[in-house]
Design a protein around this ligand. Structure first.
Ligand code: HMG
Ligand code: MG
Length: 311
């Protein structure tokens, strides 16, 4: 079955410079619940010092109106995060690591092996609590610090996550730099190790290739697509990471393949509009997200970009 995983409330809002009030986030999630998306990644139970934008995860989970049939998930980096997620009655938790050591260190302050060790009790605890479990593999194609990542390194991390006990992996193009050929190359190796229905794809859209990458993955049989309404998104610890591929664009692209996608675009737009007064000017100027890359140096983040920013 085709699934749209709406990650805007987490991936989108973690990367906004302003902290959006919890009441707005709650209205946003409630509006998304009415759109027909299958899952909503509502927030993250990470350190509030590392991501202050999502420090209100408990309050948001407590106050959203859960719609039957929609799965409400959150990121969890460690046992402390799991304890918070369990008391917030999260349906599904997502562990997250990376295929590159440098990004892993910058994002969760440990090595890949350290993350896997950290995840063992979290996975057990999540399953004991009746939650399903996702594992993200960030920098699955390109790392902002190490460059191109070999498919073998990604497959190795996927296998470790399966050993940990995840039900599903999300293969993530953190800085949105993958080409459809690179996506195909990874899926060629990966799908002989893990069944297609346990693989999600998570494309950021820095170079405007998100939709093409979604369709390439679809042609390999992948049916779980992460996306963010309005193309919000990015990771504060990944220079160059701009928005996720826009949910609206993914829905349209999949419909063009005659897939039945039960997502109402008008309702998505209603959800997206709720955020307008709170988003950065840059984001408002790009209502569908993506393509924030500088045409001169190809990076979008001010720490890395050459400064001759010509979008
Ligand atoms: P650390 O500083 O090494 O943690 O951070 P620590 O275990 O040493 O603890 C330090 C303090 O943090 C302690 O507090 C802990 O209690 C507290 P103190 O005793 O000093 O007062 N702490 C917590 N508080 C609340 N909730 C928690 C928690 N854990 C520790 N869960 C840590 C390690 C993993 C916590 C930190 O690095 C972190 O939170 N990182 C998250 C970064 C993040 O959220 N990045 C963005 C999401 S990933 C992403 O966007 C990629 C993705 O979209 C896919 C893709 O596109 O690639 C998923
Ligand atoms: Mg992401």
């Amino acid at each position: 079955m085709l699934k749209i995983v709406e990650v805007g409330p987490r991936d989108g809002l973690q990367n906004e410079p302003a902290v959006i009030p919890p009441a707005v986030k709650i209205d946003f999630v409630n509006a998304l619940s009415l759109s027909g998306v299958n899952e909503i990644e509502v927030s993250a139970f990470v350190s509030p010092r590392w991501v202050p934008q999502l420090a209100d995860a408990e309050e948001v989970f407590r106050k959203i109106a859960r719609r039957e049939g929609v799965v409400y998930s959150a990121l969890v980096p460690n046992e402390k995060g799991l304890a918070r997620a369990v008391s917030a009655k999260v349906d599904k938790v997502s562990l997250f690591t990376a295929a590159s050591e440098s990004f892993n260190q910058k994002n969760i302050n440990t090595s890949i092996a350290g993350a896997i060790q950290r995840f063992l009790p979290v996975a057990k605890g999540a399953h004991d609590a009746g939650m399903t479990l996702r594992g993200y593999v960030s920098t699955a194609f390109w790392c902002p610090f190490e460059g191109r990542i070999a498919p073998a390194a990604v497959i190795e991390v996927v296998e470790r996550l399966i050993d940990v006990g995840v039900d599903e992996v999300s293969i993530s193009d953190t800085i949105g730099k993958a080409s459809p050929d690179e996506v195909g190359m990874l899926l060629d190796g990966l799908l002989s190790r893990i069944s297609t229905d346990r693989v999600a794809v998570h494309f950021h859209d820095t170079y405007g290739r998100g939709v093409e990458n979604v369709l390439t993955s679809w042609s390999y049989g992948i049916r779980i697509f992460d996306a963010s309404v309005g193309g919000l998104g990015g990771c504060p610890y990944a220079p160059g990471a701009t928005g996720n591929v826009a949910t609206e664009a993914v829905v349209k692209a999949l419909k063009s393949k005659e897939e039945t996608v039960g997502v109402d675009l008008e309702q998505l737009a209603n959800a997206r509009r709720l955020l307008d007064p709170f988003l950065s000017e840059e984001r408002r100027a790009l209502p569908r997200g993506g393509s924030l890359a500088c045409a001169t140096c190809e990076f979008s983040h001010q720490d890395v970009c050459c400064g001759q920013r010509s979008v």
